[in-house]
Ligand binder design. Sequence first.
Ligand SMILES: [Zn+2]
Length: 377
Amino acid sequence: MPIDWHGFAQLPFTTKPELVEDQSAFPPLGTIATYPRERYLTYHQTSGTTGRPLVVLDTPESWDWWTECWQYIYRAAGVTDRDRLFMAFSFGPFIGFWAAHAAALKLGALGIPGGGLDSKARLHLMASAQATVLLSTPTYALRLAEVARQEDIDLSQLGVHTTIHAGEPGASLPSVRDRIQRAWGAKCFDHAGATEVGAYGYTCDTQTGLHVIESEFIAEVLDPQSGQTVSEGSVGELVLTNLGRVGWPVIRYRTGDLVQMGGCSCPCGRTFQTLPGGLIGRADDLMVVRGINIYPSSIEAIIREFEVDEFRIVRTRQQEMDELFVEVEASTEVANALADAFSQHLAVRIETQTVAPASLPRFELKANRVVDRRGDV
Ligand SMILES: [Zn+2]
């Protein structure tokens, strides 16, 4: 029977606040679970940085589906059963790379858990276990490179040929990707997933953004206001329906992630929907400075062209107007050059301030490099 897409587009959206409210009203799982509680196998929860954490459980079938989705990611990155995969991840209740680890074992590769260790210990474990693949946030891959420099460890000698990143948009930003590739002497791949829906996006060999695993997800890119599908080349919110997560289905889930609607042809030969440039930013990350729309990822893309170890975006308010400046661990010359580059690329002047080396926070999971001081007097 042909699919009634018009009918599908009439279905209501699912949102994160709705799932959280449902769980508060009907604890502990809410009404989304499709099986009795004893059928579930894995427990995870969202980080809860923006409110109450959302608990997400998977049945054996649903967890198996997660690990199948990860095979697309591994296959596209050229990871095989001969590889040894190091997960620079804490293995706490956040779903993160848990599925990546389970999928590595399913592939027949060696999974090396990197939880409970500091960066130095992780580097030594990678060396002694002869890891060939690193999985981490893009920020943390750069952090490990920084620690390796301090410890006189030559990353290019470690034997890591591939890095796979998630949790932040960085690995699809050419400047971030090039920096990671240079530091590790490895090929860098992006991946996108979300606790609420599953592991849905991966980079192919062309490294131009993400493909959506359309055999397992229905992907829509919609105008956040009108809810209408955007045209090819335009930016909209990614809305996903997962098809194989039988124990935890979501229909038309609004991810809050902004993506560019790409076509369905790619030089790699795959016909799955493309999202050129990967995740562009979160709809709620948008900063408006003197009428110009700026996402933190646009600032990072410029910063990574320069020799900057770490940075932080500070939002302020001056005379009722939103402003921002950027703190950088870099020399004064670099900071000045960076301010010029902002003017050139973002069409707005953004000041930079140098700060002492190693004074800004470092991140292991998702980096939070934006501080909001607009309410400060
Ligand atoms: Zn492709």
